[in-house]
Design a binder for this molecule. Structure first.
Ligand SMILES: C[S@@+](CC[C@H](N)C(=O)[O-])C[C@H]1O[C@@H](n2cnc3c(N)ncnc32)[C@H](O)[C@@H]1O
Length: 252
């Protein structure tokens, strides 16, 4: 996991500086507080990145953490520092969450990859419905050309043809529009990389949720070898190309 976040921390840093979140939180606050739903909160890397980028002391950001993993909720809660305040906890899948009209802001940051395509519309509609009228929604997700998606397609084709594909940003945006959200999309382009083969191996294994395939096999077999060849610099180190889509909307 540490190897993964050696590179993936950049995903959240890029997101935190991609727009004026402090202004958003101020805009959607009511009476000095803003109620936020953090969908698929993971280990709280996004609030961590917002804190590192700098947030004013007000408004108070009351965060409800949603994740099917109790471990993730505990990890995310542990990183919350003022102006964040831990509020509710929801140990559920997004598809099973039902809290219409409750939140000023709902975000899901690099969070929806594992929602199966067949359940995406249902899950996304729960997120849209959780916003109060005039509330603000944001989803950050890699597009199909981006490393996480391109890598996982190569992984599926080479090692695991039966696994469910990752959900991509284009699919999320379609699902959001299907749920009635009038979306704007901002593309964020950046690169991450490392010359440390241990870090690269750990990062890629986590991208696939499979630590049984060593880097040497990835570099040698099928479509995965072709994909990774395209990620090699002349000196043999790796560089991964990212295209994150930041999808936002204001709830009608
Ligand atoms: C990469 S993490 C998200 C990282 C997080 N946004 C952050 O700031 O650290 C993905 C999370 O999605 C959760 N998850 C998987 N399927 C889900 C679903 N159907 N509904 C909600 N969360 C889900 C996982 O338990 C995991 O914690």
């Amino acid at each position: 996991m540490q190897a993964f976040y050696t590179l993936a921390t950049e995903d959240y840093r890029q997101l935190a500086v991609a727009r004026d979140w402090a202004s958003d939180l101020r805009t959607y606050a009511v009476d000095g507080r803003v109620r936020v739903l953090d969908v698929a909160c993971g280990s709280g890397k996004f609030p961590t990145a917002l804190l590192a980028a700098g947030l004013p002391a007000e408004p108070t950001i009351e965060v409800d953490l949603l994740d099917p993993s109790a471990f993730s909720i505990a990890e995310a809660r542990a990183v919350l520092a003022p102006p964040f305040v831990a509020a509710g906890e929801h140990e559920v899948f997004l598809q099973d969450f039902d809290a219409p009209g409750v939140y000023d802001v709902a975000w899901a940051t690099h969070a929806l990859y594992a929602v199966p395509p067949a359940q995406l519309a249902d899950g996304v509609s729960k997120m849209v419905a959780a916003l109060r009228p005039g509330g603000f929604g944001a989803v950050a997700q890699a597009g199909t050309r981006s490393h996480y998606l391109a890598f996982y397609e190569a992984y599926r084709a080479t090692f695991a043809p039966d696994v469910t594909p990752y959900t991509d940003a284009e699919g999320v945006a379609d699902a959001l529009r299907g749920a009635g959200a009038r979306t704007d999309v901002q593309e964020i382009h950046y690169r991450t990389g490392s010359a440390d083969r241990g870090v690269v191996e750990g990062f890629l294994q986590r991208c696939a949720f499979d630590d049984t395939v060593p880097l040497e096999r990835m570099e040698a077999e099928g479509p995965m070898a072709v994909y990774l060849q395209g990620c090699r610099r002349a000196d043999g180190s790796y560089e991964f190309v990212h295209e994150a889509h930041l999808i936002t909307w204001v709830h009608a």
